[in-house]
Design a protein around this ligand. Structure first.
Ligand code: ADP
Ligand code: MG
Length: 226
């Protein structure tokens, strides 16, 4: 599904990613680990076409994503849900409105939006919070809303960049469980984190990065730095 071939990303003289190659199959759950500055977020920005590689290429289903016409980037991005450490919710919108927003902008019919949004809110376990505002939610609940929002266009790929970075261990583990559940339902998941306990507990494939280099690729991984 996703293939990186000798991907290098320079920021000035800094090599944020250095000659990275790997492939991800459909329905895989892959954790990207490594210390701060290892290149995890850079890799995610390349996947979302926020950044372009200096050398090498990334293909999805055989197509080089960095050759997509600018006009089609919004459509490309709908196939990818992304969640971040800081949730990025709209503070003046309710849980329902936060999740529905992107679908409304896309011009989907109200009935379709309602049905889809309620289904996803139920999936993430927030049915009783639909009319609450972000400031009325715990960190774990806010991250569930962000995940729900990322799922609205039924993406094939869900990317989470340090999603548990602002959460206590219990909430962090709940979010990891939710990502696993979404993966079991058929979505490919990429989780970038430096949370060792979470990665060990998840027990799926682990790619370890250091100084922009891919150090190891473990099938049933434990977090380990070389
Ligand atoms: P991680 O997410 O693993 O903590 P990043 O991908 O954010 O790492 O960063 C990798 C390296 O690239 C770091 O040294 C960082 O300082 C550098 N970097 C990331 N983004 C930029 C940028 N926009 N401009 C310059 N350097 C950057
Ligand atoms: Mg990062």
């Amino acid at each position: 599904m996703i293939q990186l071939k000798r991907v290098t990303k320079h920021y000035g003289t800094k090599k944020a990613l250095d000659n990275v190659s790997f492939a991800i199959m459909p329905r895989e759950f892959v954790s990207l680990v490594g210390p701060s500055g290892a290149g995890k977020s850079t890799l995610i920005k390349l996947l979302t076409c926020e950044e372009y590689p200096t050398f090498g290429e990334i293909t999805i289903d055989g197509k080089n994503i960095h050759l997509i016409n600018q006009r089609y980037i919004p459509y490309y991005r709908r196939q990818i849900g992304v969640v971040y450490q800081d949730f990025k919710l709209l503070p003046n919108k309710t849980v329902y409105e936060n999740v529905a927003f992107a679908m409304e902008v896309s011009g989907a019919p109200t009935g379709v939006i309602r049905r889809e949004v309620m289904k996803i809110i139920e999936l993430v376990g927030l049915k009783d919070k639909v009319d609450n505002f972000p400031k009325e939610l715990s960190g774990g609940e806010a991250q569930r809303v962000a995940i729900a929002r990322a799922l609205v266009f039924s993406p094939r790929l869900l990317i989470a960049d340090e999603p548990t970075g602002n959460l206590d261990p219990n909430n962090a583990w709940d979010i990891a469980q939710l990502l696993l559940k979404i993966n079991r339902m058929g979505t490919t998941v990429i989780l970038a984190t430096h949370n060792r306990e979470i990665v060990d507990a998840i027990g799926k494939r682990v790619l370890s990065f250091k100084d922009g280099k891919l150090m190891s690729d473990r099938r049933k991984g434990k977090y380990k730095l070389n």
